[in-house]
Design a protein around this ligand. Structure first.
Ligand SMILES: Nc1nc2c(ncn2[C@@H]2O[C@H](COP(=O)(O)OP(=O)(O)OP(=O)(O)O)[C@@H](O)[C@H]2O)c(=O)[nH]1
Ligand SMILES: [Mg+2]
Length: 239
């Protein structure tokens, strides 16, 4: 498919109270990638995120584009990973990107990742370049230790990945849908680290590359990361 055509791409965005960030993010995605389909998997936001998504879905969109809302307010298992997997089930296009809905993942990186997929790569993990963290020291320490543990765990699978806890990644849809269907138990549904779960479950021959990008600051809404997510991460190491 030629550069400038995006109908082979879907973007899955998990959301929880992202009313401030999601409309500008969707606007930027449709401006850069007309024809793209967006699946928003919302876990019962109370700030109006679902109605904003419905409004955007009903409003004028670029030709070929579509917005699908998965409203998980009554889902038995809430969680970022469970939401992404629900979103993935709706994807019909050849390629898929998973990204956060808080504008910390620059929309421009999506096009770079898609070009790699079109050239035959199976999975592109976006690796955060060193960035100044505006977090408390406790979170910084936990993040660094978690990243190191994840890297060592993946080495056991023969993978050297710089940023295995990244929330931004792209892949051949069919490959990942098959992996999820074959090994649903490998995914920590209430957890936060979908890429880490996926990397452990991929077949050995999978062609994986990383692209670097500059992680943004969250300017609207609040982080949903909680101490319990560290527990889910530790549990996932043994899956
Ligand atoms: N559906 C769903 N989405 C979630 C959940 N928790 C977080 N999200 C979304 O997942 C994305 C990442 O969440 P953040 O809270 O920004 O996590 P983070 O980027 O790792 O942490 P910060 O750097 O502190 O922002 C955002 O789009 C959130 O709205 C959840 O339980 N369910
Ligand atoms: Mg964030």
């Amino acid at each position: 498919m030629a550069d400038g055509e995006w109908s082979d791409l879907s973007i899955v965005i998990p959301t929880l109270n992202e009313a401030e960030n999601l409309p500008p993010l969707l606007g930027a995605l449709f401006a850069l990638y007309p024809g793209v389909k967006v699946v928003v998997a919302d876990d019962g936001s109370t700030d109006g995120t679902p109605s904003l998504v419905r409004e955007i879905a009903d409003g004028p969109l670029p030709a070929g584009s579509k917005v699908i809302l998965i409203d998980r307010c009554r889902a038995n298992i809430k969680g970022l990973t469970a939401s992404v997997l629900d979103g993935l089930r709706e994807v019909r296009s050849a390629y898929c990107v998973v990204m956060d809905g808080d504008l910390q993942h620059p929309p421009e990186v999506v096009g770079r990742m898609l070009r790699e997929l079109r050239q035959g790569v199976d999975l592109v993990a976006a690796a955060r370049l060193p960035y100044r963290e505006n977090q408390n020291w406790c979170r910084i320490v936990v993040t660094r230790i978690s990243k190191w543990i994840a890297q060592q765990r993946l080495r056991l699978c023969g993978l050297r990945i710089k940023d295995p806890l990244s929330g931004l990644f792209a892949f051949r849809t069919e490959l990942v849908q098959d992996v999820v269907a074959a090994a649903p138990g490998r995914f920590e549904l209430r957890g936060y680290k979908v890429l880490f779960d996926l990397l452990r479950a991929l077949p050995r021959r999978t062609k994986i590359i990383e692209v670097d990008y500059q992680f943004g600051f969250r300017t609207g809404g609040r982080s949903k990361l909680r101490a319990m997510h560290a527990f889910y991460f530790l549990r996932s190491i043994f899956k």
